[in-house]
Write a protein that binds this ligand. Sequence first.
Ligand code: ADP
Ligand code: ZN
Length: 793
Amino acid sequence: MGGGICGYAVYPGSGGVREFFAGAAAALSSPCMDSLIPTRIELARPIPPLTYLAPAGLQPGTRVEVRLRAGRTLGVVLGPDPAPPAVKLKPVDAVLDPFPLLPPRLWELLDFAGRYYGCGLAHLLPLCLPQAVAADWETPLPSGTRLCDLRDAGDWPGLAQAGAAWQAGTLDLPTLFHRRGLRGAGVTEVRRTAAPNPPRVTPTQAKVLLALEGAGGAMLEAALLEACAVGPGVLANLVKQGVLERVKRLDLMSQRREEGADRAVVLNEEQRRAVAAVDLDAFSASLLYGITGSGKTEVYLELAGRVLAKGRRVLWLVPEIGLTPRLLARLEARFPGKVAVGHAGLNATERQADVLRLLQDEAPLFVGVRNAVLAPLKDIGLVIVDEEQEGSYKSEEHPRINARDLAVKRAQLEGCPVVLGSATPSLESWHAAQNGRYHLLRLMERPAGVTLPTVKVVDLRECFKEERKKVVFSPLLLKGMREALSLGQQCLLLLNRRGFENFWMCRACGKTFDCPHCALSLTYHKGAYRLRCHLCGYETAPPEVCIHCGAEHLRGVGEGTEQIEDQLRALFPEARILRLDRDTTTRRGSLEAGLLAAEEGAVDILVGTQMLAKGHTFPKLTLVGILNADMGLKIPDFRAAERTFQLLTQVAGRAGRAELSGRVLLQTYSPDHPAIVHAVAQNFEGFAAEELPYREALGYPPYAAMSLYRSEGDSPREALEPLRALRARLETVPGLRLLGPLESPIAKVKDRYRMQLIVKAASRGPLGEAMRAAPLEPGGAVTLDRDPLQFGV
Ligand code: ADP
Ligand code: ZN
């Protein structure tokens, strides 16, 4: 999954860490050895905290380096150990920070998150503080004393005092951080210019040019260097020859700037009311509900402007930054020089550069994805969570935080408002707004120039009756596409399944070809001529005959985007077709490049998975075709209908943002399903009104809280045992409903058998009790997913 300011960095083992340690402050020098006391240290490893000897007075939250078995590991000081184990304790190898570098209220948030999600500080810390951020011990205090002088004198209380003053803003330490190699760092994009290829290119140059061509002509520099495994010199050379140009992200933003992006609009009545409803001086949570294009971003911008004017800071979360170049352009235009960005497309240096700007309080507005909720921003006056319903706010790997929920907690700790915005709010947030926990702010008007697309249902059952075979493109869709293309307009086709065919089966014996390591069938990829497992990556050449019975009657079932692309090429040989799915966008920046090409009109038919649903506006897009709207409804997850509704509404909305009026053709086998009916009417409230009672009746969120305990083993029994034991302990906790342990929906992945235990309660309280009654061993067989979002895996 990745993402965030620094992704989920694991310390041990990576070369970068060694370098960091080598370059970090000198190890503890001898004078203070006598004042070492037993100290609890949490390591960035899946083990419980350990006790080491460390200088007395070291503040909790200080990073240290310790020896663990043969290696060295990063650790975080928790505090003195009042009851140290009766063994010879090892001293820490080095103290890395002169004082804790994060703002005090962020520690509170980390503390909360650690307890809530059941993970240690040392696992959360890397999400806020890239491993390479290192303080310079040579930094002088105003008195001329250097930080290292205090350290060498063992004056940790003195350092703590300096740290507190620095956090409070009363002490300026402009040179506190090493900025080696960071000067001028920022996101740089490399682009192919219009110049012809040079007469002669070296093999490395060719590699670069090919990679760029494959990515549609532009890539982030860091990604390009990584993809080609070349040094910056190669690029410099090509730039000199005029073949490539390097564009700084900020320039990039201004180049993409929409006409008038920097002009503050005059808010309409609804927007003014929304802005006025948010009290900037106290905690409150608001749900800003308005269809795409209704002007939510303008409301955020207005609120952000007011908060910045008061000298406070703004934390702005977005689900996926690669898809929001427009937003970055608008932010940079509105608040020039004040914006720092955190997202997965950055390399380590770039990430570090922007986090340093936060630590040194040089950028009061931070916009970023999931982990940005933990960004080291102090004195926050406003938290924004755009597209709050997005699943990407939830981490699906340890630590399994939910940034949307932590954003609300963070605002609470900071005593500032949080605004959650969406066109299709999560039912959790909608419910909170209905029962008054959140303020509901509505934007129902669409500003001029934005029209609702017309949505028409195509009943695939009828098509089947007429054609007497399965229909992929209904006659109505084909007719619509022909019309659109003949007028020079664009079409977008959504099919939420990649590959050529979903699975292969034998007509003779009826068996499917499954992954030998996972409980899942293999997907046929025609271009690669491979059967592939989408879970573990296993692949094999497609067999000529059935591996089960030897018959020759193999059949592919269930078309994927790759096949759709093939069929489209046959149907519309003249059209420029671009497929965007996980197979075509593995290179960083390639999705963005593809979408940009489509935005600029270089594509006639855009086909792909849900990736297409968000972000960009295609001015010439007039027809959206949803090939099989039912696809997501079959997933064994109580949120299947909600997700389907959101996806369909979003993708339908793509057709409504152009100057030209748009249409949506939605092909389905179940036109009566509530998710489909309400998506066709683009009626979120109708959907919520129908879905919520169902959730309530079955005791699902938002009417209940859930924890999902998972375990894995080499055999089903090995996976089951620890969950059985856990269940026995949880039986004694009042207020819990225990479901399982049972096989996970995908019972085996990478040869590991998977089991799960679902724990439900009327509220979150008993689930916290459960964690205390049966604490999980770090690194043990069982893992916990609180407020789980993924049940289908
Ligand atoms: P959302 O975030 O809800 O999708 P935006 O804030 O991006 O909506 O608004 C959509 C478009 O309408 C933008 O181009 C924006 O500048 C414009 N817009 C929004 N509010 C106004 C307004 N009050 N007056 C003029 N244009 C507006
Ligand atoms: Zn597999």
